[in-house]
Design a protein around this ligand. Structure first.
Ligand code: MV4
Length: 587
């Protein structure tokens, strides 16, 4: 068995792998970029090594830096997670050459499954069909027209060396063939560095169903069950679930057998996923992902298996100690991906920043795989997946309701998240009825009315979570009747100001920020002045807003920190300011 594993990754997946290693008594080694010096995966690992750099290319994709961390730490295995080096055969071979175990499939299997044409041919040889089409590169529009005549329209043109869905063109009629071919080849070249394209029948309302497999190095390959990942947008999966709803068991069995055949045909070992399109009771091979996937917990909750533990055991040379007949799938699991993205208007724009607060959900049937805690920063440089929320319940409807309940408990402030979009999807009657396909989120679901946070939540959260509260008794009139009201409000006079530079910021300033008490009103962070609220000569009170600063995608009121008269105003609307800049002087 491996003794010490270096996790060549970051975020939630690095944390996920560390957890299983700890349960197995295996030592853990984290690696980190300069931006991740104090990241959760680093805090959790037994030891950690700096890679240097900020971008992924400079850090998590820096082979030499990772090889040197392997050597320094004495790790005997490397878990690549997903993304980064997980499907990089040069990396796998480089570490294998050093007698360090790559916790993944053989490089030859990664290569066969690495492009559409060779993986389609491998599946075909194994007797598993792709979408009806042609496995040769496309050379003339006449071939498109002939194919359309024979198989019907529309026809799909795909990048031969592509994947993940970019560069697909749909040809509705013969006249469009030439132009579609040209643009497909152009996009294929731009995205994948190779212009080759090929043809398939176009499926108009398919579901994306993928089959999890586990294969050891002793010739045992098992299928664990499917995941339905049809709720996606622009090829980004939003929600995954298992079992696939409205999916007959004989099709599940056939798809499982097909996935095993495809895996065996490429000499696979490790955990892997075979993707299919499913429409009108038929399924078609799409591609094979030769890595652990983001959505693997859905299968773990339904089968009770720890896929990371099995990856490690298989890489250590252990055989699977159960058979196909032993696999027991129970209940229903759903996963949502909590990304730092603002889904307002259905746009999903990146929303990096510091998690001012992160209150995780809990309770029956709830699992949270997070890469961050309160106070941690989601960088614009990496994948903005904050956490995956996964629930289990005895049936789909109970799981759907449980997920809505768990989302309701989850509170994240400081960045916008995809949670409101998940609530919209999970509450929609089409999703509840499982009437959706891969086209549903983009073509049918209306997310125009979506806003980043349920109203009131952000404001409530900032008041409670950011600054100490003080009691104030005020008089209020409601419909002409006088009330004495006791309020607990942020203690604006004593708010901590800039200068807390040592250590990890525990709380990011969110809505109201104040200065140091010297009469110099300063901004605590870099941003843009949106509005100036005072002029020279104005009398101001402590706590009164002097200007509004936009920073971290939020408007922050910069408050006077003492009573007095404004002597100087040094900014105007539109000015960029840096942390510590003086915006006004009060005497
Ligand atoms: C298709 C298809 C319809 N017909 N192929 C997009 C991702 C890529 N791996 C394959 N994709 C598709 N291939 C034929 N012949 C529809 C899609 C597709 C899709 C597939 C899986 C998950 C999401 C998708 C979203 C849009 C289109």
């Amino acid at each position: 068995m491996l003794q010490k594993i270096l996790i060549a990754n970051r975020g939630e997946i690095a944390v996920r792998v560390i957890r299983t290693c700890r349960e197995l008594g295996i030592g853990t080694v984290a690696v980190y970029s300069n931006l991740d010096r104090d990241a959760l995966h680093v805090r959790m690992a037994d030891e950690a090594y700096a890679l240097g750099g900020e971008t992924a290319a400079e850090s998590y994709l820096n082979t030499d830096a990772i090889l040197s961390a392997i050597e320094q730490s004495g790790a005997d295995g490397v878990h690549p997670g997903y993304g980064f080096f997980s499907e990089n055969t040069d990396f796998a071979r480089a570490i294998t050459d050093r007698d360090v175990t790559f916790i993944g499939p053989p490089p030859e299997a990664i290569e066969v499954m690495g492009d559409k044409i060779s993986s389609r041919l491998a599946a075909e040889r194994a007797g598993v069909a792709g979408v009806p089409g042609r496995s040769e590169p496309l050379t003339s529009p006449d071939e498109v027209v002939a194919f359309g005549r024979e198989n019907g329209w529309p026809v799909a043109i795909k990048a031969a060396y592509g994947g993940g869905g970019r560069g697909m063109k749909v040809v509705a009629a013969p006249d469009d063939a030439a132009e579609a071919m040209e643009s497909a080849a152009r996009e294929a070249q731009a995205y994948f560095g190779r212009p080759e394209i090929y043809l398939e029948r176009y499926l108009s309302w398919p579901r994306h169903i993928e089959m999890q497999v586990l294969a050891d190095q002793h010739g045992n390959t098992l299928w664990l069950g499917e995941r339905d990942c049809s709720a996606q947008r622009r090829h980004q999966k939003l929600i995954e679930e298992s079992p696939a709803p409205d999916f007959p068991d004989e099709i599940r069995q056939a798809m499982g057998a097909a996935a095993v055949k495809v895996s065996e045909a490429c000499g696979y070992h490790n955990a892997g996923t075979v993707e299919f399109l499913y429409q009108d009771g038929e399924f078609y091979f799409l591609e094979m992902n030769t890595r652990l996937q983001v959505e693997h917990p859905v299968t773990e909750l339904v089968t009770g298996l720890d896929l990371v533990a099995w990856q490690i055991r298989i890489a250590s040379g252990e055989p699977l100690d159960f058979t196909q007949a032993d696999i027991d799938r129970r209940g229903h699991a759903i996963e949502v991906r909590i990304n730092a993205e603002d889904p307002t208007g259905g746009r999903f724009s990146p929303s990096p920043g510091t998690l001012a607060s992160f209150r995780p959900p809990a309770g029956p049937g709830v699992r949270l795989d997070a890469g961050y805690e309160s106070g941690d920063t989601v960088s614009q440089y990496y994948d903005n997946l904050i956490a995956k929320l996964i629930v289990w319940a005895p049936d789909r409807e109970a799981a759907r309701r449980r997920m809505l309940r768990a989302i309701g408990e989850t509170r994240i402030t400081g960045v916008a998240t995809t949670l409101p979009a998940h609530t919209a999807i999970l509450s929609h009657e089409d999703f509840a009825a499982a009437a959706h396909s891969t086209k549903w989120v983009e073509d049918q679901l209306d997310l125009n009315g979506l806003t980043a946070a349920p109203s009131g939540e952000a404001a409530a959260a900032t008041g409670e979570d950011q600054v100490p509260l003080v009691q104030r008794d005020v008089t209020a009139e409601v419909d002409g009747r006088r009330y004495s009201v006791r309020l607990w409000v942020p203690d604006l006079g004593t708010v901590a100001a800039p200068g807390r530079t040592l250590g990890r910021p525990k709380r990011a300033a969110a809505t109201t920020v104040a200065g140091t008490g010297s009469g110099q009103v300063t901004v605590p962070m870099q941003g843009t002045i949106v509005k100036v609220l005072v002029a020279v000569g104005d009398k101001v009170e402590v706590g009164q807003s002097v200007c509004v600063l936009e920073a971290m995608k939020m408007e922050n009121a910069v408050a006077a920190e003492k009573d007095g008269v404004v002597k100087d105003v040094r900014v105007s609307a539109g000015d960029s300011v840096g942390a510590g800049d003086v915006v006004a002087v009060i005497e």
